[in-house]
Design a protein. Sequence first.
Length: 569
Amino acid sequence: MRYSEMFLPTGREVPSDAELASHQLMIRAGMIRKLTSGIYSYLPLGYRVIRKVEQIIREEMNRAGAQEVFLPMVQPAELWQESGRWVHYGKELLRFRDRHDREYCLGPTHEEVITDLVRNGIKTYRQLPRNLYQIQTKFRDEIRPRFGVMRCREFGMKDAYSFDADEAGAEISYRKMFEAYNRIFTRCGLNFRPVEADSGSIGGSYSHEYMVMADSGEDAVCFCNACQYAANLEKAEIAGPAGDQPSGPALPLEEVHTPGVRTIEEVCAYLQVAQQEVVKTLIFSADGEPVAVLIRGDHEVNETKVRNHLGCDALDLAPDEMIFKVTRSPRGFAGAIGIKARIIADYSLKETYNCIMGANREDYHLRNVNPGRDFKVEGYADLRVIRETDPCPRCGGEIHFARGIEVGHVFKLGTKYSKAMKAAYLDQNGRERMMVMGCYGIGIGRTVAAAIEQNHDADGIVWPLPLAPYHVIITPVNVKERSLSEAAEGIYRSLLEKGVEVILDDRDERAGVKFKDADLIGIPYRVTIGPKNLAEGKAETRRRRTGEVAILSLSEVEAFLMDRIREGI
Ligand code: ATP
Ligand code: MG
């Protein structure tokens, strides 16, 4: 492509809301433009990169045996009512009515549509397993669209759905997708990790998020430096305590006057004790029922773990009225003794004895509280947020924290949708059984943005070769000089013939301007045609990533570039 003919509005200006490097660079490099909040247009350069990612995904999905479909974006309310999500999905689901007053939504994801398609098309075990995927536009009315196409409202997603006859089959389908995803993100040239993620009530480690590692990432992940364990913070497990028994004699219970002392910091300051000696009693409303969660003062409750442990849908901190009802005291003095609520406790409580706790009486706390002796705990479980000092739950190794960008997600759905929507098949014995499903998503635009987060410098984007919109840019330093433009033209034509994706910067601009643009848009190789080198029949090649320069004779340039492109470097 000739630069002079391209729609490639590069620039230095960035909108004030562009905090992330990727967002700024995508705008500066003329890849995207905002239409309205969370809704972006892709310009030619940006769309080429999108197509590269899509192509890699298509090849790997096809290789894994998935088949491509293309489903509607507009979806009727009835399907969502069947699955129950019309009520549960909340405001991210954009709903509207047509002229006949029928209700619809814009698809944020396609479980309902695909389940409907498959339940009507698959009747017997002989037609299973199947995996169908599409690359298509989703709409999610995100509360706070930000970071450009990283978290927007309209975005391209690859979503795949597998249907199996049983759990064992679903496990194989899941593994295939897991491996396909590893190949996809490796081929994109990204530094990524699959991390275990919460799978809600389905249980097990049947969900992985694919994280592109970047300090600017929204998600915190932890990983072990000794084994393969990696999880997001919500999911990260903490091994139970080695010993169950408190290791000291239980002292007599004692009530202490603590006027106006409510928070853990206030309690510690007032009683001159460490946070480890205090037990926090948090009262939650779990599907409307009060539950007291006990945890050592220096730990944080992980609400996802509490929700999974209780198997409830809604979990919120209890309102003041509920706290008063179960403790007979205002907020800030809750404790386990005499509370009228189920009590569950974090594993950390198993080793805690003679601790300090709220007295369920305004302005009072208790000293020397001992679980077991003073109150009964319904169950102990892992209910807290992991810390960097915790050992790896698998091997005891060191846990490290890092930040990442979630670009993909693989999830074992089980029979959630097939049951709700009656996606059944007949097994070998003619018995009706539910299909076992999995779903697998990749955000296309987010993957591109994440690639930029990981691959840029002060001058602009540094594309990994497999995602680069073009591989080579040829820059004659002065197009008015015929010998320079003719030499540039010659290399351009022969590279085009060889199928290399190449830009000829034929603009009548100063060399400095052209170099800046080439760096900004991140083209992996630049060939500079200048008078000094050309006089000797040579040109300069420069690698964007390293700044490495090679002066080659014109006849060598082509082979040099082709070799590198073939090697993907
Ligand atoms: P997040 O927690 O970031 O909101 P999610 O869990 O809602 O993501 P999924 O429903 O698993 O995401 O969607 C699959 C993929 O789609 C994600 O891994 C991500 O790459 C992409 N994605 C999700 N929401 C957005 C968005 N608002 N903008 C761009 N990409 C998105
Ligand atoms: Mg989301």
